[in-house]
Ligand binder design. Structure first.
Ligand code: PGA
Length: 315
């Protein structure tokens, strides 16, 4: 028995089950009943001769063999998609598929970019995954996506990275914060604040740590929270201040529910980049989307922020 007997269909089912870690959700995605999914996965386990999943209380996990097979299954399916796209291009078909990953911070404007891009391509199928920077980089490494939208690529990744817009980061606070009305604030004045910070693996968190290290600044207390949304809610109710991309807070800054502190040297300007692996074959749709962002990115992000009522300037 070996994997040579496995069918592509089984790999597809397994890939969905490994991603969801839930047979019911995988079954819904591949349009099968849950028992049919279980039978296919049992057959695969028989071929591999090792368990692929393990149940830990109510949580299902991949075994080591499961994790290895999942990485290979993703690679096989990605190559098939590429083949599909090449064939579609040969046939002159404009539809195709576009699989993008965006960081949780970029996602405040990415839907707007996709919506305008799709206007002329209604048959284009888009899959958008949203994760923090570390996980988007992993997607790039595993070649499971066409393009990533995030801050600059890590230097050790063999990637092509094109900056298409600016990402302003600064310190936000509740509007009644004593420093909110000051015309200039020094970072050192915030030493006694509680800083609500993003999780490890977030690009925002790394940018904050670098900026603070340059100024030898260490806040008295930090509280880690796993999402921009949670952090904004906590800042609004006065739990602390936070260093975030202003693109995450367009609406709250415009309505006055949050304020940007005018900290000396901020906003810090990072780049938003469109990134793919260097040797990646870009489908016509992916190549067109990349060109579109490079040409129109700044205008589109501005538009997205205005739609989010981002009226106040960052500085
Ligand atoms: P993140 O995004 O903080 O949501 O990871 C920032 C980035 O793209 O670098």
């Amino acid at each position: 028995m070996s994997l040579q007997r496995a069918t592509l269909r089984q790999l597809r089912i397994f890939e969905a089950a490994a991603r969801h870690l839930h047979f019911g959700r995988a079954a819904a995605e591949v349009h099968l009943s849950q028992p049919a999914v279980s039978i296919q996965l049992k057959q695969l386990e028989r071929d591999v001769q090792l368990p692929l999943f393990e149940q830990m209380g109510r949580r299902m996990n991949l075994t080591r063999a499961g994790a290895e097979l999942a990485a290979h299954a993703r690679a096989v399916l990605a190559r098939l998609r590429e083949a599909d796209d090449v064939i579609a291009e040969l046939k002159g078909v404009s539809a195709g598929e576009l699989h993008i990953a965006a960081t949780t911070t970029a996602v405040y404007f990415v839907p707007h970019l996709l919506a305008t891009f799709r206007r002329d391509r209604p048959r284009l199928k888009v899959r958008l995954s949203v994760k923090n920077r570390e996980l988007v980089v992993r997607d790039l490494m595993e070649n499971t996506i066409d393009l990533a939208i995030m801050g600059a690529a890590p230097p050790d990744l063999d990637a092509t990275s094109i900056a298409f817009a600016k990402n302003p980061l600064s310190i936000i606070a509740a509007p009644d914060h004593p420093l909110a009305r000051k015309r200039l604030v020094q970072l050192a004045q915030l030493a006694n604040e509680t800083f609500l910070i993003r999780e490890g693996g977030s690009g925002t968190r790394t940018a904050m740590e670098r900026a603070f290290a340059v100024q030898r600044f260490r806040p008295r207390e930090t509280v880690e929270m796993g999402s921009n949304e949670t952090i904004k809610q906590a800042v609004m109710v006065g739990m602390g201040v936070s260093f975030l991309s202003l693109h995450t807070a367009g609406l709250e800054l415009a309505t006055g529910e949050l304020a940007v502190l005018k900290v000396d040297g901020m906003p810090l300007m990072r780049d938003w980049c469109i990134i793919h692996r260097q040797r990646k074959w870009l489908s016509p749709a992916a190549a067109a989307f990349k060109d579109y962002l490079v040409m129109e990115g700044v205008k589109l992000i501005d538009g997205a922020m205005r739609r989010g009522a981002f009226v106040r300037k960052a500085s």
